[in-house]
Design a protein around this ligand. Structure first.
Ligand code: FCB
Length: 473
């Protein structure tokens, strides 16, 4: 009898091999402090820009706030037990700056730090690796009153805050993300104004982006000083940007949006320079006088990993004569670019579902920027969920997760050092300007009773983690 040289490509049912992930691949879920914690005024926490913004009429849908959210501050033990049921090996959460350093400068709030110590201990007791994000958008209000991220001083305040968190948690936390999605903080917070603090000035948005990255670079040094073997990274939200047609105007629109959305951050962080075409595009908005000698070297401080949040693709077209130029805008200097819908299926956010875009995005970071390990630090989908007989059968979210995990697997097969995946989100939560109207969780939250119900997607994810593999297809 001869022994086949390689296993058969398909089994008797016609299924191919199970896509299996490398040993040690990190399986996680992510949340952010303001979206889940609640306890907004407890144990010394003071307001952040999101507290102020959400209390301002008309800013957040239905006037929702994060005052209570998922009450995770009080229910974290139950939530960690649910994470263990999902078999997560990592949990990415953020620290609320105004909880641990009220006012954004000066002394620490020991009670606030104790909450994170308890949370980390609970995770470690369940063999779940804690992964801390230092800044997921909740700037202490006094720092905004002093100028916010457009003010250079905020970068220094952020480094001080990073140092105090690292001193408190560095003995038990090894994985750190400095900033979550600086594009959103800068361009939604100070450009379009749809996020806190709700300001609308293109030049301020560009300044904010720079000072966020400067704060990141300074924080890297603070983290390393506190914990020399720390694994430090930053999380950027990236999009493939595709021109609607091959017409020169559409291709130029794609170049401009790619510069603002992706290269504005990737180039300084990983190459130590702003792209020349971005500087030229923004000439009418700012002269970049806020960039000082030495800033870019700090911004490009060596990292240990890069976090990528991926949700969708942008398809864009050039201006059409007579089209209204949207202003205020998240795209300073490129307000006339049109975002085009391809008519493909979308999530409840209206975001096009595009799993191949994840492969494209991760390959680009690896091929064009860095050999560092990559992590998908967020990926997920909002859909309308219904509780039926105590169950939530979220088939669409499960399909989204399946498709994107297949894409993650294909990325690894293509030679990209993708080391982990964090689903957004562990549980339904406060979705920023959308309040509680959009559900992204693998666990359903009944906000009236605070009951949690693992959805079908969560159960499915637990099985993927158990097998370290996706089902054969
Ligand atoms: C990302 C945010 C995260 C969540 C998801 C849906 O931009 O980082 O907090 O809102 O989108």
């Amino acid at each position: 009898m001869s022994i086949p040289a390689s296993p058969p490509a398909v089994d008797v049912l016609g299924r191919g091999p199970e896509p299996t992930f490398p040993p040690g691949f990190r399986w996680g879920a992510a949340t952010a402090a303001y979206q889940v914690e609640g306890a907004a005024a407890e144990d010394g926490r003071t307001p952040s820009i999101w507290d102020t913004f959400s209390r301002t009429p008309g800013r957040v849908l239905q006037g929702h706030t994060g005052d209570v959210a998922c009450d995770h501050y009080h229910r974290f033990r139950e939530d960690v037990a649910l994470m263990a049921d999902l078999r997560l090996t990592s949990y990415r959460f953020s620290v609320s700056w105004p909880r641990v350093q009220p006012g954004g400068a000066g002394p620490v709030n020991a009670a606030g730090l104790d909450f994170y110590r308890r949370l980390v201990d609970e995770l470690l007791a369940h063999d779940i690796e804690p992964w801390v994000t230092l800044y997921h958008w909740d700037l202490p209000q006094p720092l905004e009153d002093a100028g916010g991220w457009p003010a250079r001083d905020t970068a220094g305040r952020f480094a001080d805050y990073a140092a105090l968190v690292a001193d408190a948690l560095g003995d038990r936390v090894r994985y750190w993300t400095t900033l979550n999605e600086p594009w959103c903080s800068a361009f939604l917070g100070y450009g379009s104004g749809v996020h806190a603090p709700g300001r609308t000035d293109g030049a301020d948005a560009v300044r904010a982006g720079h000072h966020l990255m400067l704060g990141h670079g300074l924080a890297v040094a603070a983290l390393r000083a506190a914990r020399p073997d720390a694994e430090v990274g930053v999380t950027v939200n990236l999009y493939p940007v595709t021109p609607a047609t091959d017409a020169p105007a559409d291709r130029d629109a794609a170049r401009r949006i790619d510069a603002l959305a992706n290269r504005f951050f990737l180039d300084p962080l990983l190459r130590g320079a702003y792209p020349a075409d971005l500087l030229a595009d923004l000439r009418r908005v700012t002269d970049f006088g806020h960039v000082r000698d030495g800033d870019l070297a700090v911004i490009a401080s060596p990292l240990d990993l890069v976090g990528v949040n991926y949700y969708s693709r942008y398809v864009v077209a050039g201006p059409v004569d007579g089209v209204h130029r949207r202003s205020p805008s998240a795209w300073p200097g490129s307000e006339d670019v049109r975002f085009v819908s391809r008519g493909v299926p979308v999530t409840d956010m209206g975001w096009e579902i595009d799993a191949p875009g994840l492969v494209e995005t991760l390959r680009r970071v690896h091929d064009e920027y860095t050999d560092l390990p990559l992590y998908v630090t967020e990926n997920g989908s909002a859909f309308v969920d219904e509780v039926v007989d105590g169950r939530v059968d979220d088939a669409e979210r499960l399909a989204y997760l399946d498709a994107h995990l297949r894409a993650a697997h294909a990325t690894i097969e293509a030679g990209v050092p993708l080391r982990g995946y964090f689903a957004w989100s562990l549980m339904d939560n406060f979705e920023w300007a959308w309040g509680y109207t959009k559900r992204f969780g693998m666990i359903y939250v009944d906000y009236g009773s605070q009951a949690r119900i693992p959805k079908s997607s969560g159960r499915w994810y637990a099985e993927v983690i158990r097998r370290n593999a996706l089902p054969a297809q």
